[in-house]
Design a binder for this molecule. Structure first.
Ligand code: ZN
Length: 272
């Protein structure tokens, strides 16, 4: 599932569509659309801005409504300048936004879990309030982070990183890579962290997510950017998916444990 760096990469790519006008909408999978009269409300609307909200893509329109897109497992948003000559697997292409200047924004989804919804500005602010602090917002200070740690002191590192109501945007891949970078065992209880360790963890969250955005995300299976290309951070992964392999720093075998039903990877020697 795309996490913060993958969604941010797509959102950055989609900026080219700002100011364009939606001239039509086609779908062959209505079930993914959570709003009635979706097409009617879209046609003629200008794209005011495109932003990321946690792991979702928000397209703000001139009417002050916004399209909120959840890519889920296999959703891909692609800027399509020439529909006829593209190499997309057509059978997975389920939604097409026709555009005045950029031809089209196409949505492919192999497993069909992705959703699209048209929401009001008020509804958008309501959703924003349910999300935890975004690591790239100015609110994500060491002080705020320390407060989150104190509030959830009985939880462990892995589960706080994955808790979307506390910190928004991190999923299973980066919730393994961040503790490795901070040299902290992901199963460590938050109440056991020293102020130095909290500072290291805060630093590693920003460092790893920034690096992943620079490398245009992690393509292990389905993720592609808005031009259909793979990211590069999969080549930088140190522990995620590496159980049974040697740690690149100390040769210890990478361990895997299950935390809240999700696989967690770490080096038992490097991470304390
Ligand atoms: Zn190691």
């Amino acid at each position: 599932m795309p996490e913060l760096p993958e969604v941010q990469t797509i959102v950055n790519d989609l900026q080219i569509l700002t100011g364009d006008t939606i001239t039509g909408f086609w779908t062959d999978f209505e079930k993914a659309i959570k709003t009635r009269n979706f097409k009617k409300a879209l046609v003629g609307e200008k794209i005011k801005s495109i932003k990321r909200l946690s792991k979702n893509i928000v397209i703000e329109l001139s009417s002050n409504n916004a399209i909120i897109i959840h890519l889920k497992m296999t959703g891909k948003l692609l800027i399509n300048k020439q529909v006829s000559t593209n190499n997309l697997q057509q059978k997975h292409l389920h939604h097409i936004f026709s555009l005045k200047k950029n031809n089209a924004l196409v949505f492919s989804d192999i497993r069909k879990f992705a959703t699209l919804e048209l929401i009001s500005r008020d509804k958008l602010s309501e959703i924003e309030k349910t999300k935890g602090v975004d690591p790239f917002s100015k609110d994500f200070t060491l002080e705020t982070f320390s407060k989150i740690i104190t509030k959830h002191k009985n939880k462990n590192i892995k589960s706080i990183l994955m808790n979307q109501a506390a910190i928004a945007g991190i999923g299973n891949i980066y919730a393994s890579e961040i503790p490795y970078d901070a040299k902290l065992n992901p199963m460590r209880k938050l109440s056991s962290l020293t102020s130095t360790e909290i500072r290291l963890l805060h630093h590693s969250i920003l460092k790893i997510l920034t690096k992943a955005i620079e490398m245009r995300g992690t393509s292990i299976s389905d993720y592609r950017d808005a031009n259909g290309k793979k990211g590069g951070f999969q080549n930088q992964l140190k522990v995620y998916g590496k159980a049974g392999k040697k740690c690149h720093k100390c040769d210890t075998i990478i361990a895997k444990e299950t935390v809240e039903q999700r696989s967690t990877f770490y080096c038992p020697t490097c991470q304390k």
